[in-house]
Ligand binder design. Structure first.
Ligand code: SF4
Ligand code: SF4
Length: 289
């Protein structure tokens, strides 16, 4: 089984449209949507949830009012201003609590519980192309890196158990902790970018990251024809940084039409973008299998 992670330096480059087309083209594949902060692969793959799991990360402090003496020490010690007075007692405002545990350790009455914090959910679902593992991070919840690791680990288990040929992962944008969690140990990364100055900047950061983890990185410039000169500059910079440029995809309104219809581009039609995505997939198959 080969794991390919599709990432981009920022959102909106067409990364998810390309992942969805690969999902339609791949045989015996399992999918992982690791863009847990703004997941949208499900809009195209239309998953039917078959398993739902809570995701816990860190802790939250909760005062047992009956045991609180109202001494106020927790409010004095909390650096995050999460403890507020409530009549003659105190209460903790959970969104502000960072789960550091200081109040729990120092409460003279031992009146503060410290349960695991519910931060979101992850799901195992059926799609018309195969199993997908995806997730939803709770509002204001942090540590999406840990949730990304959970999604990938579960997807890998399904892929291994089902003897899949591919694990295709839609990675999060950027170069932070969630991206690192989505690429470490993968067989290859496909970095999707657009021909803009910020696209070049983001792509070079992504390439640097993949080189650090010694993961082969392939590059695809989407909507290349909106700025051919910038496309050439980006491709040259990517090649000098050690990446392999695989293809360019031209601007094609059918990418948007496919999204509106809840389809991958290759299902929607056999237009120019569809053909280039098919070529891109064939190249990746040749390079990775
Ligand atoms: S430190 Fe403990 S006893 Fe004192 S106010 Fe806080 S919860 Fe109540
Ligand atoms: S666990 Fe830390 S952040 Fe949360 S209320 Fe206690 S001291 Fe404040």
């Amino acid at each position: 089984m080969k794991e390919l992670v599709i990432i981009s330096g920022k959102g909106g480059t067409g990364k998810t449209s390309i992942t969805a087309s690969f999902a339609a083209l791949a045989n015996r594949a399992v999918f992982a949507d690791c863009d847990v902060d703004a997941a949208d692969l499900h809009l195209i793959l239309n998953p039917e949830i078959r398993e739902r799991h809570d995701f816990y990360s860190g802790h939250e402090a909760v005062i047992r009012k009956a045991d609180c003496t109202g001494c106020g020490l927790c409010a004095d010690l909390c650096r995050f201003d999460a403890v507020k007075s409530s009549g003659d007692k105190f209460k903790i405002e959970l969104p502000s609590c960072e789960g550091c545990g200081v109040c729990v350790s120092f409460c003279p009455a031992k009146a503060i519980d410290f349960p695991d914090r519910l931060c979101g959910e992850w799901f195992v679902s059926n799609t018309r192309f195969g199993t997908i593992v995806h997730a939803r991070l709770g509002i204001g919840a942090e540590n999406s890196g840990k949730l990304v690791s959970t999604v990938r680990q579960q997807a890998r288990q399904f892929a291994t158990a089902g003897q899949a040929d591919w694990l295709l992962t839609d990675g999060p944008p950027g170069t932070g902790c969630p991206v690192i969690a989505s690429i470490t140990g993968a067989d290859a990364v496909l970095a999707v970018t657009e021909p803009t100055l910020s696209g070049q900047h983001d792509l070079l950061r992504v390439i640097e990251l993949t080189r650090h983890f010694k993961i082969p990185v392939f590059v695809c410039v989407n909507k290349w024809d909106i700025n051919p000169a910038m496309t050439a500059t980006i491709e040259a910079a990517a090649t000098s940084s050690g990446a392999t440029v695989l293809t360019r995809i031209p601007y094609d309104i059918s990418i948007t039409e496919a999204q509106i219809n809840g389809q991958s581009v290759v299902e929607h039609n056999n237009g120019i973008a569809s053909q280039f995505m098919q070529t891109l997939w064939e190249k990746l198959c040749q390079l990775l299998h």
